[in-house]
Structures are given as C-alpha cells and as structure tokens.
Unconditional design. Structure first.
Length: 282
C-alpha cells in the first residue's frame, strides 16, 4: 500500500504540472480494458485514432486514458488499478512533449552525436531524451530508437537532468523517413488540376518550399481525424498557391506521401485534393 500511495502521489504531482498520467501494471504495461471496452466494443475514446464516444470512468485504452484530472485519478474506478500498479506513465503528446526513447548504449551514443542536447532521463537500459513540442509517434525509427509523443505513453523515470530544448527538425525527420520508407505513396498517380512549373507570385522559390515543408509537417503531426486534417492542409496550400501555377506534381506527391504515411489512402488523398480545388473555385 505504501508503494501504491507513493505512485499515486507522483501521478497527482505530474497532473498538477499539466502532464496527463496513468497507472502501469508490472512489466510497464497499461491495465487491460474493462468488459465494456474490450475489443473496442465501446467505440474507443474521442482522442484515439479511430475516434469514438467512449467515456469509460476506468483506466481503459492505455495512453488514451491518461488524465490531468485529480478527481479521476483518485476515483473509485481507478482505485483497483492503483492498488495493483507497478509504475506511473505519462502521455507526452498530451503535455506537448516528445520523448526519444534510446533503448541501449549504441542508441545513446548515436543521439549524443546526432541530436541537440536536452533534458536526459536515465532508464533501465538507456535514456529518455525529452524535447518541448509534440509530433507523431513511431517505433524503431532506427536501431534501438523509438519516438513517443502523440498516441503513446512513456514510463515516468524521474526529473532527469539538463534544460529541456525545443523539438528539433532532425527528430521529426526520423519519423517521416521511417514512415515513407515503409509505406511509400503510389507512383504515377494522376493529380487533378496540376500543371506546375510557374513562378510563385508571392515571394521566392524558397517561400514555396517552406510552405510545402510546413504542410508536410502539419499532416505528419495530425493526431486524429486524418481525413479532415489532410483536407484542411490541402485547402491551405491551394488557397496560397493554387492560382500561381507554381505547384508541380512533385510538390503534391510530397503531400500525398506524408498523408499516406499517416494512414490515408491514395484515393482519399485524390478526393481531398479535388474537393479543396472545388471549394476554392479552382
């Protein structure tokens, strides 16, 4: 009971700092779903990828149950989980954080060479490097390296050392490269309304390139409702550049590739692009 009380005290402290938390059972795993939530029979929670209506009061659905609400953390529905808990986890994306989970000495050595210094937390086998800013999560982005942010949890290992740095592009790029390599967009896709090659009337070619890169990042950072997110990004790109004649098929395929890496089909990408053009009268 002393351990349970200590874990709950840590969880309440983190919640007060604005960090969503949840209990973990032995083995660093979340607690299983209640019967009503088993097999997603409840429809899943609103913050999950397959967004649903579930408002279960128990600590179901792993990271999606993480909360900052002390009334939930101390509720009778969570009491059994805390009684059996072996650790505390937090949802980095819910706190606008990203954890680079380095699982062994080789991964730590790589990070020290490749990544900007930031807050470092020792783990049982390696280190957690914590950055300010959230992004898409992905495992095995390189040997021994996982990215934990949106739709993921990290085990709380303590405060760590060093000041926290802003999330660098080099970390974001790890996920983009890994997803693009594993699920490349189809080649030869016919993209409606793209003639391309004209001069961007706004500023310079660099302005167009920054816009496309930001659009790719916005798609990659989408936490849920990917259909709507892709459409909004396409609409924003076309509202800025749709009448320039500067967009080429390569530009649009980059956006399609980012969307496809997040689970969007080529068919939906093509439809979203066409609908955005129609909405803008292009």
């Amino acid at each position: 009971m002393r351990n349970t009380t200590g874990l709950l005290r840590i969880a309440l402290w983190l919640a007060e700092l604005g960090i969503p938390v949840l209990p973990l059972r032995e083995g660093k795993l979340p607690f299983g779903n209640c019967p009503a939530c088993t097999g997603s029979a409840c429809g899943d929670r609103p913050n999950m990828k397959a967004a649903g209506p579930c408002q279960c009061p128990a600590a179901c659905h792993g990271w999606a149950a993480a909360t900052k609400d002390p009334a939930v953390l101390t509720s009778p529905a969570w009491a059994s989980a805390w009684h059996q808990a072996g650790g505390v986890a937090y949802h980095p994306g819910g706190a606008r954080l990203t954890v680079v989970d380095l699982d062994n000495a080789d991964a730590v050595a790589w990070a020290r060479q490749a990544l900007p210094a930031t807050k470092t937390v020792p783990t049982t086998r390696g280190e957690h490097w914590v950055y300010r800013g959230a992004m898409q999560s992905s495992n095995n982005v390189r040997p021994g390296v996982d990215i934990k942010s949106h739709m993921s949890y990290a085990v709380w290992r303590g405060l760590g050392t060093g000041p926290i740095a802003d999330l660098p592009d080099v970390v974001r790029t790890l996920v983009v490269r890994e997803k693009s390599a594993s699920r490349p967009a189809a080649h030869g896709v016919s993209i409606p309304g793209v003639t391309g090659g004209g001069e961007c009337r706004h500023r310079t070619p660099a302005y167009l390139e920054r816009g496309i890169a930001m659009a790719e990042r916005s798609i990659t950072d989408s936490r849920s409702a990917i259909h709507s997110s892709v459409y909004r990004v396409f609409l924003a790109v076309l509202s800025t550049h749709g009448r320039c004649g500067c967009l080429t098929e390569d530009h649009v395929k980059r956006l399609f590739t980012a969307a496809h890496a997040c689970g969007e089909s080529v068919r939906h990408c093509t439809a979203a692009w066409a609908n955005a053009r129609t909405a803008l009268g292009l």
